[in-house]
Design a protein around this ligand. Structure first.
Ligand SMILES: Nc1ncnc2c1ncn2[C@@H]1O[C@H](COP(=O)(O)OP(=O)(O)O)[C@@H](O)[C@H]1O
Ligand SMILES: [Mg+2]
Length: 268
């Protein structure tokens, strides 16, 4: 498994990094003056790693993710994705999943998944086959003909993940993708995401407010400070894989969660 191989010494070397952020800063021109949103962000994410970012509301997590996706341009610093700068959205390098599934309501599940390929003018048979394979991967085979309003919240997020992966990008970015789901569905989706990740060897950058979700999913938890967001700590999560729900009840899990909580509870 690729992500296991990445845990060997030398993993911090830039070579083979899927995401490399150097000296990143961002200042918004707000109505009442400049709003410094991010400062001094240096982050290397080796290929195949599952990294989770946590931090207080407004610390710039979504801004950072938008920049990694090429959806927003940073004020300063550089971002390399798969070794090359990213300036505009490129779904063949970066897939993105947001909190809201943001599916087109007038398209079926399979049409939503294949939509990025339609934009690329891929042949119909090829894109349909690819979309069906992605629906299969996320556990939705047989649901391709359903419209978004006929799907549950968890199923809609599965469709979003399938769409994010349809061009086989090396990197998948996820911004609180399960935050709107009920607790039980959220746990199931986290577990499902780990299965999909281990089957596809993607590099994942995942944002959440849930410290339990963070520790459960991550190889490494990145803790950010209040605005302007900086990296306060990087907590390696050395729990074995595959992760199980039973691990959440262990002392090791509790200690890791406590270490992350300790960093952010004192932040105003
Ligand atoms: N388009 C914008 N214009 C001005 N300020 C913004 C804009 N987008 C976000 N901000 C501000 O930047 C800060 C970081 O926002 P955001 O990245 O959404 O944080 P998070 O996702 O961690 O909650 C917040 O203070 C927010 O109000
Ligand atoms: Mg956000």
């Amino acid at each position: 498994m690729q992500h296991m191989a990445q845990l060997s010494p030398g993993r911090e070397q830039s070579q083979g990094a899927a995401v490399e952020v150097r000296g990143l800063g961002h200042i918004y021109a707000g109505r009442d003056g400049a709003v410094p949103a991010l400062a001094d962000i240096d982050l290397t994410v080796p290929a195949g790693r599952f990294v989770v970012i946590v931090g207080p509301s407004g610390c710039g997590k979504t801004s950072l993710l938008m920049m990694l996706a090429g959806l927003r341009t940073q004020t300063s610093g550089t971002i390399l994705v798969d070794g090359r700068p990213i300036a505009t959205p490129d779904p063949s390098r970066v897939g993105v999943v947001f909190q809201e599934a943001s599916l087109y309501p007038w398209l079926t599940a399979v049409e939503n998944v294949e939509f990025p390929l339609v934009l690329k003018n891929a042949p119909r048979d090829e894109r349909r086959a690819r979309a069906e394979a992605m629906l299969n991967l996320v556990g939705l085979s047989g649901f391709g003909g359903r419209y978004p309003h006929e799907l549950s919240g968890g199923m809609k997020q599965r469709v979003s993940i399938a769409r994010g992966l349809v061009q086989d990008p090396p990197v998948l970015l996820m911004d609180e993708p399960f935050a709107a789901l009920d607790e039980q569905t959220r746990m199931t989706m986290g577990h499902e995401l780990l299965r999909i990740w281990s089957q596809t060897s993607k590099t994942v950058v995942f944002i959440t407010h849930s410290l339990t979700e963070a520790v459960y999913l991550a190889d490494e938890v990145i803790v950010m400070s209040a605005r302007p967001g900086r990296i306060l700590d990087r907590v390696p999560i050395d729990l074995p894989r595959p992760r199980t729900y039973q691990m959440m009840a262990t002392d090791v899990f509790g200690a890791l969660r406590e270490r992350v909580w300790h960093q952010i509870r004192d932040v105003p």
